[in-house]
Design a protein around this ligand. Structure first.
Ligand code: IPM
Length: 360
């Protein structure tokens, strides 16, 4: 089969890790006889530098015409210390989500056995953790009216949700839980926020259509605590945009390395796959960043295409690299001869190319 993939390497380590994901995809294409046609596009700080716009129209067009999008990372420290700058790299990603209506951000969080020792949490707390987070991505406070007063002494951000915006992602979460452990935890602040009350009412109503799924309610502050105290209790987490941003990053420490977490952002007509980690400016250009999250994003993309066997080939290669300790410094430690980003990518692609023959 032939697939057109929009590739947005973005900023920081984005280009380096995305290149490794492309290597893995090329290996899959060769073994399974597919054609992946890459269309490269700009977004973020690099796009501002080149065009003045964090999301050039051309990028939107390339993405709209692609079967899926592979994205690296976005942002640059030069924007972080000057809140007065009106154009910021992140606006590119937010607008792309809106333009393509990528309303559901899906974040799997698993504790990899090989990495448990890297997690700041104790082994017995995290072993066996397997969570799927559904974060609403195109509404809420991120997209409400926002303004700073002329005198700079006050500001506001409006948070709003509609029943439709809540329902469409809620259905996805309930359906996903049915092929897992049949439990959905809705995280909100319905003791304080009107939008959260609407979430609770809407999701409770929808739950009646999924009689075999248990719906649990949890306030966000309590959830932040429970996630660290007893992550195994969670199966599917469903939450709104802002809370989801925070909870997803918090959950990422459970895996033992954020360098392994991939996520997808799905809409009716398009889907974007990206690592959970950011631009990692300290590592940029040094060939030391962990490419596995980007490589696993490519695997998620293949699953989205219905290419399960191909996705499994990538996942097996990733597992093997961990078993053999062919890992970057975030996993292996700086003083223990870590592998370079490109070397991990080479190993994964070679393993995919050869595992058919060697049957390992
Ligand atoms: C994420 C990021 C973005 C967000 C930023 C880059 C705008 O943190 O994808 O989770 O807050 O949604």
């Amino acid at each position: 089969m032939k697939y057109t993939i929009a590739v947005i390497p973005g900023d920081g380590i984005g280009p380096e890790v995305t290149n490794q994901a492309k290597k893995a995809l090329d290996a899959v294409a060769e073994v399974y006889d597919h054609i992946f046609l890459y269309k490269e596009a700009q977004m973020g700080s690099c796009a501002i530098d080149a065009t003045g716009n964090p999301l050039p129209e051309k990028t939107i067009e390339i993405c709209k015409n692609a079967d899926a999008i592979l994205f690296g990372a976005i942002g640059d420290p030069k924007y972080d210390n000057d809140p007065s700058l009106r154009i910021r790299p992140e606006q590119g990603l937010l607008r792309l989500r809106k333009e393509l209506d990528l309303f559901s951000n899906i974040n799997p969080v698993k504790a990899y056995d090989q990495l448990i020792k890297n997690s700041p949490l104790r082994r017995e707390i995290i072993k066996g953790t397997d969570i799927l987070i559904f974060r609403e991505l195109t509404a809420g406070i991120y997209f409400g009216k926002k303004e700073t007063s002329k005198d700079g002494k006050s500001a506001y951000d409006v948070c709003s949700y509609t029943v439709d915006e809540i329902s469409r992602i809620a259905h996805l979460a309930f359906k996903a839980s049915q092929s897992r452990r049949n439990k959905v935890t809705l995280i909100d602040k319905s003791n304080v926020l009107e939008t959260s009350k609407l979430w609770r009412k809407t999701v409770t109503e929808i739950a009646k259509q999924y009689k075999n799924v248990e719906l649990e309610h949890m306030y966000a502050d309590n959830a932040a605590m429970k996630l660290i105290l007893n992550p195994k209790k969670f199966d599917v987490i469903l939450t709104e945009n802002f809370i989801g941003d925070i909870i997803s990053d918090e959950a990422s420490v459970i895996s033992g390395s954020i360098g392994l977490l991939a996520s997808s952002s799905i809409g009716e007509d398009n889907a974007l796959f990206a690592p959970v980690h950011g631009t990692f400016p300290e590592a940029t250009g040094k060939d030391i960043a962990n490419p596995l999250a980007s490589i696993l994003s490519a695997a998620m993309m293949l699953e989205h295409f219905g290419l399960e066997e191909e996705a499994d080939a990538i996942k097996r290669a990733v597992e093997k690299s961990l078993d053999l300790n062919i890992s970057t410094q975030d996993i292996k430690g700086k003083n223990k001869y870590p592998a370079a980003t490109s070397k991990v990518g080479d190993f994964i692609s070679d393993y995919i190319l050869n595992q058919e023959d060697s049957n390992i």
